[in-house]
Design a protein around this ligand. Sequence first.
Ligand code: VJV
Ligand code: CA
Ligand code: ZN
Length: 396
Amino acid sequence: LAESSGITRPKGYNVSFHCNPEMEKHHFGMTHPMKPWRLTLSKSLIYSYGMSFAMDNYLTRAATYEELASFHSTDYLDFLGTVLPEAVPRDLENQNPDLKFNLGGSDCPLFDGLYDYCSMSAGSALDAARKIVSQQSDIAIAWGGGLHHAKKAEASGFCYINDIVIAILELLRFYPRVLYIDIDVHHGDGVEEAFFSTDRVMTVSFHKYDPNNFFPGTGALDDNGPKSEHNPGAHHAVNVPLQDGITDEQYDSLFNNIVGRIVEKFRPGAIALQCGADSLAGDRLGRFNLQVQGHGACVEFCKRMNIPMILFGGGGYTPRNVARAWTYETSIAINCQDKISPILPEHAPWREHFRQDTLFPTIEQILGEARANKNTAKKMQDIVNHVTEQLRFVQS
Ligand code: VJV
Ligand code: CA
Ligand code: ZN
């Protein structure tokens, strides 16, 4: 299979792929936008292309309580580990005085096996981080991670455990500086907040920003870390607020410009890239016009810098497009993006679920008509100018 598809191991570097099929079986509820099954769909497309032959594949374990406690409070973990789905009365969601930590509402419901689901997601992320730290992998992939909203003692926006923060803490045992980049359509608030007071992590999130109408409402251009000059974390949070309908061309030019400058100045030893696929056109919750190519171009840009990197998943609420993006991005990691067929493999499971048989549907195929683009050239330039100015305060 690998030979017939022309996919071979990349020369001179290693890619590892970390997943736990048990994680994919969990359910947030019938109509909840977060569908762990999208991980099964993604993986089956990746395997159909024969890409597993070009990577080290690991079945990951669940993270231990102690590992989760490297970031989360034990009060929160103890509650998460013992609360039962029955704790939510069906007609009184969130009214139950026994529910705490923002658990049990419609965004962060309680479901069977919740604690297992969370510890598996964190386990994949930690395994990926350890492969990077031990230098056995140059790129480690954890599509089941990327749950960037979870706080030390609070669930938020479909996220309960912040696997990214836990993985970055592991990277910090070895690397003096880590760069976190977030291309999910939502602001990466949980990761930003976790590293607010250190200059060893820079965070940069690209997101739709509309404080009153789009979750979580934070991430303005001038939210750049603690204002106090005595706090080393000052200036180490970069926020790129965007509007509906941004295109591949605009996004990629902004991404390359901003990430290029940050890497030049901050010189990270490792990169953690959250690849939330809800920034794609046609996403159930997203508002952008990105295509699989434009989303993947961000991964390609980061890879070309030759810095050890973890690729995390994240959001993504139209599973067929999530699977396309994470498949294309896996092919970029193993450097076979020019070898794989743009036509989905004949034998790909759920092939009819993809609607079109291409890996790269056009905006017209996805949406009928493109969403209006509200991002002006002036706004884009203002963002670049602000970040350029901000970086003057970052020590190299
Ligand atoms: O906008 C919100 C919060 C509300 C309260 C809860 N209602 C349902 C929605 C409005 C203010 N939450 C966002 C959370 C987005 C999380 C994104 C996570 C990630 O991609 O960044 C990383 C994994 C939101 N937007 C849409 C919904 N919640 C939503 C939740 C549902 C739903 C439909 C939409 C929950 C259950 C059901 N339908 C059945
Ligand atoms: Ca983001
Ligand atoms: Zn999101």
